[in-house]
Write a protein that binds this ligand. Sequence first.
Ligand SMILES: CC#C[C@H]1NC(N)=Nc2cc3[nH]c(NC)nc3cc21
Ligand SMILES: [Zn+2]
Length: 370
Amino acid sequence: MFKFELLKTAKDSKARLGKITTNHGEIETPIFMPVGTRATVKTMTPDELKEIGSQIILSNTYHLFLRPGTEIIEKAGGLHKFMNWDKPILTDSGGFQVFSLSDNRKITEEGVHFRSHIDGSKMFISPEKSIDIQNILGSDIIMAFDECAPYPASHEYIDNSMRRTLRWAERCKEHHKNTDNQTLFGIIQGGMYKDLREISAREMVDMDFKGYSIGGLSVGEPIDLMNDILDFTTDFMPESKPRYLMGVGSPDYLFEAVERGVDMADCVLPTRIARNGTVLTHNGKIAIKNALYKEDFSALDKECDCYTCRNFSKAYIRHLFNVDEILGMRLATIHNLYFLLDMMKNIRESIRGDYFLEYKDDFYKKYGYK
Ligand SMILES: CC#C[C@H]1NC(N)=Nc2cc3[nH]c(NC)nc3cc21
Ligand SMILES: [Zn+2]
């Protein structure tokens, strides 16, 4: 089953409070979704993810199709069983990954021919194939298979790419049969061109998906440009359906997205930077390997009550990174994910209490944003 309830919209911005209900549980929005590309949120156990407040995680069709392959996951009884995660899972369709990871890509109307980035073997994914793979994975929310244009790209290129994505979205919707257990989201594209974003949004909304994502932002463009395109695009998206901004995950981008009506976001940022020792704190990012912290026996963040901050010091975590101990990556990941998930919880509270913009301003001042 799938239900989205819009609980409240802010008076002084487009920020909204919502609740998504799926077969694997409820999701309070706005929500940040940790990324578990290859059936694991790197270095975290499912229990640790629950402990820090993860309500839903992401995984990737492209990666799981290549390894371990759908046959093994099918025999395991689906992705939830395979990775022992009993809460909601959203799977990306493979569109973005095929275009960002594979070589020798050949795009045809039928689908994409490419060589595996692992062993170079010839592969093919079509809209129908992507839906079939996601059906085997058994994720609660699945994404339409799209063609992902590079950034920057010409208006003509984005126009052709966006229209193919619309035709592929029709095929995904036509092919998607497991509608009781899996919910299909459309992906709105159009690059940095408002006219193309409007066409994509209107046509996708006419196809009546249960939810919509916005793809192709946070690709290196200035935050003001992202905000402008995002603000424009969400106005064409139905209020009664979830809005998911793909690939966004730094604190400022998350605040700006929520302010412009986004309900869901995902990003590898917090987990990726944690593994190289970059830690998010209320006073900005810190590089824990820095000698500055050699004898600093305080917590990573004095305002954080995560497992890492309650039990370990900067000096100890710096030591772990300096001697390449895996625990260092784990403790930094626990903290970074908790930091963002706790920030999103505070954002939900601020919308509920009508002080979202004040909370955003306070957070920005302490973090060191403009
Ligand atoms: C154009 C387009 C598009 C979107 N298409 C699909 N299927 N997944 C995505 C995943 C992303 N991750 C990031 N990170 C910046 N941007 C993304 C964009 C997409
Ligand atoms: Zn912490």
